[in-house]
Design a protein around this ligand. Structure first.
Ligand code: ATP
Length: 308
């Protein structure tokens, strides 16, 4: 079940006038997983997600969602998906609890509305109209509206942007509960910790294309160099150590007796370093491999310059 693709995007192109927002993008979302879509501002994430939701028509390429065409099969698809937009999409004059209960009644097997209100800390805002809610409360209500119908697939566009830490945690908890319930989630976010916490798969989008997709572990292992650290006798002959290591490896002693080896740190490199130490009568203490974070990989793939 988990390997079945519920969203399949191939060669998606979307233009706004002369601007190409999405430029031949591929994306796969496996059933029952959380897939985080990451990318710099303007990378094309929202456009891609909105095309999957059927709100935008592709200029080229194919998009299948739950086996359906999001535009041609919209009437069949809509009841099966939940959508939380970045902003708007909620009638501003309606009361929070009215809206949720109304939305729940439209679905055959909705979630328990009171439990959802409680989970998202919306208990005190039930009688308040949407327009009078705070930004964070509006955000949480939009999330509740997206999931109350117990959709098979839910699209969440930056669901925790602007939320306080408590609301962020309860949103994460809700997303985990949805996954435990078999719901597939597509989540766009700028928070790397959110992707690391929640995502089974991460797709990194840049300039309208997918530049990497895989589990956070795969991306962190494959995309970037790692660092090996150990301490030992000060003043080791790093030139001699480097001769034993593959080309492209760097070695430094930033503080006397503290050593840092940077490069592709794999089991072979670890074995070479320890064996060199053994040959030179060095006991490498506190030996540790530091893996790069998702943020390191993200910046490596998408660059460090600010996007316009
Ligand atoms: P962000 O992280 O800032 O939300 P994003 O990755 O979601 O960005 P999109 O909103 O998909 O990016 O935008 C991709 C590009 O398309 C941007 O250059 C944006 O200015 C442009 N764009 C998006 N919507 C429209 C529109 N309705 N008309 C014209 N250009 C648009």
């Amino acid at each position: 079940m988990r390997n079945e693709s519920v969203v399949q995007v191939r060669g998606l192109v979307k233009r706004y006038g002369t601007r190409t927002a999405v430029d031949g993008l591929d994306l796969d979302v496996r059933a029952g997983t959380v897939t985080a879509v990451l990318g710099p501002n303007g990378a094309g994430k929202t456009t891609t997600v909105e095309t999957c939701e059927g709100y935008r028509r592709a200029d080229a390429g194919t998009v299948r969602v739950l086996g359906l065409d999001p535009v041609a099969d919209a009437a069949r698809l809509r009841p099966r998906i939940g959508v939380m937009l970045q902003s708007g999409g909620v009638y501003s004059g309606a009361r929070a609890d009215e809206m949720l209960r109304h939305m729940a009644r439209l679905h055959a097997h909705p979630l328990d509305v009171d439990a959802l209100i409680e989970r998202l800390g919306l208990g005190s805002c039930g009688r308040t109209t949407y327009r009078r809610l705070s930004g964070g409360q509006q955000q949480r209500l939009a999330l509740a509206l997206a999931v109350v119908g117990r959709p098979e697939l839910v699209f969440l566009d930056e669901p925790t942007a602007g939320l306080d830490p408590q609301a962020r945690r309860s949103t994460w908890e809700l997303i985990r509960e949805l996954r435990a319930d078999g719901v597939t989630t597509v989540l766009t976010t700028h928070f790397m910790d959110e992707a690391e916490e929640l995502a089974d798969d991460v797709a990194i989008i840049d300039a309208g294309r997918t530049v990497a997709q895989g589990s956070p572990e795969e991306l962190c292992r494959g995309g970037a160099e790692n660092t090996l650290r150990f301490t030992g006798r000060p003043g080791l002959d790093l030139g001699s150590l480097l001769k034993a290591l593959p080309d492209g490896t760097a070695a430094a002693e930033p503080v006397p007796g503290a050593y840092r080896i940077s490069g592709t740190v794999d089991p072979q490199l670890l074995a070479t370093v320890t064996s060199w130490c053994a040959q030179h009568g060095v006991m490498p203490d506190g030996i540790a491999v530091e893996r790069h974070t998702l943020e390191d990989v993200f910046l490596e793939l998408t660059g460090k310059e600010l996007r316009s």
